[in-house]
Design a protein around this ligand. Structure first.
Ligand SMILES: Nc1ncnc2c1ncn2[C@@H]1O[C@H](COP(=O)(O)OP(=O)(O)OP(=O)(O)O)[C@@H](O)[C@H]1O
Ligand SMILES: [Zn+2]
Length: 758
């Protein structure tokens, strides 16, 4: 993850001249590089949010701390300030939703960090236990509420001021001690956070004799804090619920053939595990016996069960419905697909989305400004206009309450986290809020052809011998060469050969040439012969001569949608045979492309395959912008070119498309459940082989943005209203607390709505 992050800010835009060439692969690729120049692009996310990742020394260690006291997100500032002077602290990362602080440091003693956090009251001091049990806390809180209300009633009914004051003070003492203590800590560190603002408001109210109000204010504040904490728990639990899908233990086959229940984290790769009907799969594996339908919703988001047979992959966390399955473990606890998804989501939460960064910057200005306004409010009217001190100070205190940026600061992360979780539930793994926000701005989506627009399982449909070797012999040579390659075309040739149950020859000096083919030596009775197998480009490179008749034969096959590879004798430089393979277009490719077009998004195809095949597939799915015969670096160049029109996403398989995926604004992969590389290389990983998820992602991005705008408007709107009401003298303290915390709660619940709509 860290490596990948560093890749991003280095994005460059290149301006090159190139054309979508319609024909074969004879086009000279050198042209692209000659005309292109690059310049670094000043990306907004190049500004490190907290510390600088690149400056972290290699010997640094990482400490993760759960700080349950990180109530209001503004407290992150307190932590930042506390560690600002320490040069051995290199990086501070805040996961405010999960309340986890990650410290990257080179300290000898981690206790230093603990001590500092105890000093700012964010960590309990183990030597003096001051915290009460939750029951006692609730009882104290309830009593405080009763007392606050009583003092208000007593005040109304004209009771003795001392009685009113004592009742109110008791209420403040019962509910407000922790707030006042935190306020004092904040004051000592010159940090303007909510606790300090509230403390000043309460103490100020007490000083000017507004006893019942002080009590009500602190009670309401504590109440709202409790509700806020509980609702944030909901967002948090939505994520840990994912991991909870994998069972703690499973039945493992022992050496003597018996089955024994073992804890999942003690089961090793290679062991055989049994999943009984109705039981969840404990670890990733390959079915070794049995059949069953399995619901893989926690991983892929699809609610329909999938039929599993011998040889199929199963995922930890999925539910084995009706049959009994035995599977051989392929990933141990901690590294299963489910674990990797959960880790990715957790990391995604730590990256602040653009809106979040903007709001954080705004809050930093907003709070001091309102604080200054309050100071002026308290002093200017009495000093200059002979207004009453009491009224002016009171108004100033109201302003202090609304100076808290809490609602604003919490409005974005809660929304983004809910949207990320909601996406994960649909089988869309988004690796950071920024991708979610950017998805709706996409101008172009570029698709890789093989395995993306097409199923990626081509089938050999024709062998045409060109020299004195027969079909069987040609196939044997091609299959032998390709038995060492992972390419889908290689698989097609090897599969066809397997059907004929012939032997595979030993290949020496094997070489795989990205985007072109393979070469290697095979023994012919007494001496080795060098062969090449690949596309026209490779034939040109190895100086294999193709006759005009052969070329037109190739072109004819290609314009029918086939991909043609040529087997050639390297020393004699003559073609021995043509192999034509055909892949099937995914059934929802065309629907997805037209849906994207209706959303105003351009589409393009970037493929290593030849122009004619690419055109045929393009026609079938509805893509007109086609770039063919591309090597991985070329794909990257074309992405940069498309970026001049606006943000570009690339959907590829994550193997030979890695450079293009990294260059695109959003790199996406399909079928990530089945491929660890695909899951790791992408910014957005679609767990299933389902193209329609792209449109779903964009819809979700739109919805997330709508909620973000709503939340920011609500938070700011309420503040502005109160600011005006206060200046006009129409508001009072407890109304302000109501408004401030009310706004926080509204934005939290509004954000959580994204979780629900499934
Ligand atoms: N192992 C191989 N055997 C034969 N030909 C190969 C092999 N690998 C690559 N080729 C040739 O090189 C071409 C380009 O391969 P590349 O992997 O870059 O793209 P692709 O998989 O065909 O398409 P896409 O870029 O859409 O995924 C293939 O179309 C094929 O002609
Ligand atoms: Zn607040």
């Amino acid at each position: 993850m860290a490596n990948y992050l560093q890749l991003k800010p280095k994005k460059q835009h290149s301006h090159g001249h190139s054309h979508a060439n319609g024909g074969g692969c004879s086009h000279d690729h050198g042209e692209h590089t000659n005309h292109s120049h690059t310049h670094a692009h000043d990306e907004h996310d190049a500004v490190p949010a907290v510390g600088d990742k690149s400056a972290v020394p290699s010997n640094a260690s990482v400490l993760k701390l759960t700080l349950t006291a990180m109530d209001c997100p503004t407290e992150a500032n307190l932590i930042r300030q506390a560690f600002a002077q320490n040069e051995q602290i290199h990086l501070l990362e805040f996961d405010l939703i999960n309340r986890v602080l990650t410290v990257t440091h080179t300290l000898d003693d981690e206790q230093d960090i603990h001590r500092k956090l105890i000093d700012i009251d964010l960590l309990d001091d183990p030597s003096k236990s001051t915290s009460h049990s939750p029951q006692i806390e609730w009882a104290m809180f309830a009593a405080s509420g009763v007392l606050a209300l009583s003092s208000e009633l007593l005040d109304w009914s004209g009771a003795n001021t001392y009685v009113v004051a004592i009742t109110a003070l008791l209420a403040v003492a019962l509910a407000g001690t922790s707030t006042l203590k935190k306020g004092w800590t904040a004051l000592r560190h010159f940090n303007l956070n909510i606790n300090l603002l509230m403390s000043v408001a309460v103490i100020g109210a007490l000083l000017i004799g507004q006893f019942p109000e002080a009590a009500v204010v602190i009670f309401l504040f504590t109440l709202a804090e409790k509700i806020e904490a509980a609702s944030l728990d909901r967002a948090r639990n939505a994520i840990s619920a994912l991991q909870a899908h994998a069972p703690e233990s499973a039945l493992v086959r022992q050496e003597n053939g018996t089955w024994q229940l073992s804890p999942s984290n003690q089961i090793n790769v290679g062991q055989i595990v049994r999943a009984r009907p109705g039981e969840r799969i404990a670890l990733d594996g390959i079915v070794s016996s049995g059949t069953s339908s399995v619901n893989q919703a926690p991983i892929t988001g699809e609610s329909m069960p999938v039929f599993k047979n011998k040889g199929d992959a199963v995922f930890a966390g999925s539910l084995n419905e009706d049959g009994s399955l035995e599977y051989q473990v392929t990933a141990a606890a901690g590294s299963t697909t489910l674990d990797r998804i959960a880790t990715a989501i957790q990391q995604a939460q730590q990256q602040r989305a653009p809106t979040e960064r903007m709001i954080d910057r705004f809050a930093k200005i907003y709070t001091p400004c309102v604080f200054m306004a309050a100071l002026l409010m308290a002093t200017v009217p009495p000093l200059l206009f002979a207004a009453s001190w009491h009224d002016s100070i009171y108004k100033a205190l109201v302003l202090l309450v609304i100076a808290c940026p809490c609602a604003l600061v919490i409005s974005t992360p809660v929304t983004v986290v809910s949207a990320l979780t909601s996406a994960a539930r649909r089988g869309i793994l988004v690796k950071g809020g920024q991708y979610l926000e950017q998805a709706r701005h996409l101008k172009t989506i570029a698709f890789d052809k093989t395995g993306t627009l097409t199923i990626g399982k081509p089938v050999l449909n024709n062998i045409i011998p060109l020299a004195n070797l027969d079909q069987a012999m040609c196939l044997q040579l091609a299959a032998s060469l390709n038995s060492l390659s992972q390419h889908p075309i290689a698989n097609a040739i090897v599969e066809a050969h397997k059907k004929q149950a012939r032997r595979v020859d030993y290949v020496s000096n094997f070489k795989s040439l990205t985007g072109r083919g393979v070469m290697g030596d095979i023994l012919n009775e007494t001496h080795p012969i060098s062969y090449v197998l690949g596309n026209v480009l490779l034939m040109a490179e190895t100086k294999v001569k193709l006759t005009t008749a052969q070329i037109s034969q190739i072109e004819q096959l290609e314009s029918k949608g086939n991909t043609v590879v040529i087997l050639a004798h390297a020393q004699h430089q003559i073609a021995l045979a043509l192999f034509s393979v055909a892949d099937q277009v995914r059934e929802n490719s065309q629907a997805t492309i037209s849906q994207l077009r209706s959303m105003g998004i351009n589409t393009a195809m970037l493929t290593g395959d030849n122009g004619r095949t690419a055109e045929t597939v393009g026609q079938e799915v509805g893509i007109t912008k086609i770039y063919s015969c591309l090597l991985p670096e070329d794909k990257q160049k074309h992405i940069a070119e498309l970026q001049e029109l606006g943000p570009v996403a690339m959907l590829g398989d994550g193997v030979n498309d890695a450079p293009a995926l990294a260059r695109a604004d959003i790199g996406m992969t399909l079928g990530a459940a089945a491929s660890a590389t695909a899951l790791e290389t992408a910014d957005v990983a679609f767990m299933q082989d389902d193209l329609s998820k792209i449109a779903e992602l964009i819809t979700l991005s739109n919805r997330c943005s709508k909620v973000l705008i709503q939340n920011i408007s609500i938070a700011l709107g309420i503040k502005i209203c109160f600011f005006a009401l206060t200046l006009l003298g129409y508001s009072n303290l407890w109304m302000a607390v109501f408004a401030d915390m009310g706004a926080s709660l509204i934005v939290i619940f509004n954000g959580l709505r994204l979780l629900k709509q499934d």
